[in-house]
Design a protein around this ligand. Structure first.
Ligand SMILES: [Zn+2]
Length: 393
């Protein structure tokens, strides 16, 4: 293999790595290739760890789009904040959470630095991105400023806002309108790096054309970086540090330049619940399937639901989950989905199945017991078993 072939191979490998995005558990990525069909993607269990996993963007033109939604990482009540949320938006285990607990009247300051949110100088939570950490800190500041009597109302409003599909549609339309030129440039750059450059080098020789190829590359990357910076400022005005770092990367690393639109779109909807994003972008069947898993998580979260002994911490967890459940079921009804319909037991795998786990839907041959995978959650008998039990009584 010649040096030039090695060079293009290395470039292709670097680009492949750029298409692999790290997603923290607690977040769901939505991706599309041509912009018509969107699918939810959870952090990969195979290429990941307890904290998160890889999600791949579409590598080939038109390069696709990635959007991310998060579950709010704090349980809140009028008195306390707990850095633990019992339901999980991802299949499998919960995201790693600090379980830190504070009474709201003990909070002196709330700050976001990088991806971390600090309370009184100590890490409360590590968010999926710097912009989401800023969002969480803002929500918390807003809550502690209010008198105790008004806090429950604002907690409910925060959760309702995270299901606001109109706001999602508006934000997406604005972003879609703004990013047309950057998409054109990144697709041109893809063609330039992986088609035009190898062909020119092959026919003319590297020595003959390297200077003009480099000049063309600089024009494309610099124009993309300047437009990237302007759009980033429009949508994320407060994220100055992140903008500066990403601007430099887009300017200097052509493989990142091709994925510049991902850097712009991924944080756009991160303050919204993933199910609200699914409602706007995904097909009805996918939305229902996702809603079903969220409903099971909210009604039957894995045990223990709260990692702390303090009564105020347990109340914060319960209060947040109760409000989430009410808002979520209201959202389902507005979307034309009846929660009781989604909560139906699964079909029996065979005649020996007598009960199932209401969270992970694993089936068991006994009518009573617990699901060890879900932390000891009591099993639910299939309706026929329930009738037989009642007859025996
Ligand atoms: Zn289970």
């Amino acid at each position: 293999m010649s040096d030039l072939e090695v060079l293009f191979l290395v470039l292709a490998l670097i680009y492949g790595c750029e298409c692999a995005c790290w997603a923290r558990r607690g977040s769901v990525t939505f991706r599309t290739w041509f912009g018509r069909r969107w699918r939810p993607a959870h952090p990969s269990a195979l290429m990941g760890n307890q904290r998160g996993g890889v999600v791949f963007g579409h590598p080939l033109p038109p390069l696709g789009t990635l959007l991310t939604g998060n579950q709010f990482p704090l349980s809140l009540s009028a008195e306390a904040v707990l850095a633990h949320v019992a339901p999980s938006v991802n299949p499998g285990w919960r995201p790693v959470q600090t379980g830190k607990f504070l009474r709201l009247n003990e909070i002196r300051n709330v700050e976001a630095s990088g991806k971390k949110v600090f309370i009184n100088g100590e890490v409360l939570v590590k968010a999926s991105s710097a912009t989401f950490a800023t969002f969480v800190a803002q929500q918390l500041r807003q809550l502690i400023k209010l008198p105790v009597t008004e806090r429950e109302g604002i907690i409910r409003k925060m959760i309702q806002d995270s299901f606001d599909t109109k706001a999602i549609e508006n934000l997406w339309q604005n972003m879609h309108g703004e990013t047309g030129r950057i998409r054109l440039l990144t697709n041109c750059l893809f063609g330039y790096l992986f088609l035009a450059a190898p062909v020119l080098c092959w026919f003319l020789g590297f020595r003959q054309c390297w200077a003009s190829l480099l000049a063309g590359l600089l024009v494309l990357t610099a124009t993309t970086a300047v437009i990237f910076r302007r759009i980033h400022k429009t949508f994320y005005p407060a994220a100055e540090d992140e903008r500066f770092t990403q601007f430099l990367t887009v300017l200097l690393s052509p493989a990142t330049t091709i994925r510049a639109h991902d850097l712009l779109s991924r944080p756009l909807l991160e303050g919204f619940h993933p199910l609200a994003i699914a409602k706007v972008f995904c097909a009805e069947a996918e939305f229902r399937e996702f809603a079903q898993s969220i409903l099971r998580e909210i009604r039957h979260p894995g045990l223990p639901v709260c990692p702390r002994e303090e009564q105020a911490a347990q109340m914060a967890e319960r209060h947040s989950r109760t409000v989430l459940s009410e808002v979520f079921e209201q959202f389902l009804k507005q979307s034309g989905v009846e929660p009781t319909e989604l909560a139906r037991p699964p079909a029996r795998a065979d005649d020996t199945s007598r009960s199932y786990c209401p969270r992970c839907l694993a089936q068991f041959t006994t009518t009573e017991g617990i699901c060890a995978d879900c932390g000891g959650l009591p099993l639910a008998p299939f309706p026929a078993e329930e009738t037989e039990k009642q007859k025996a009584r």
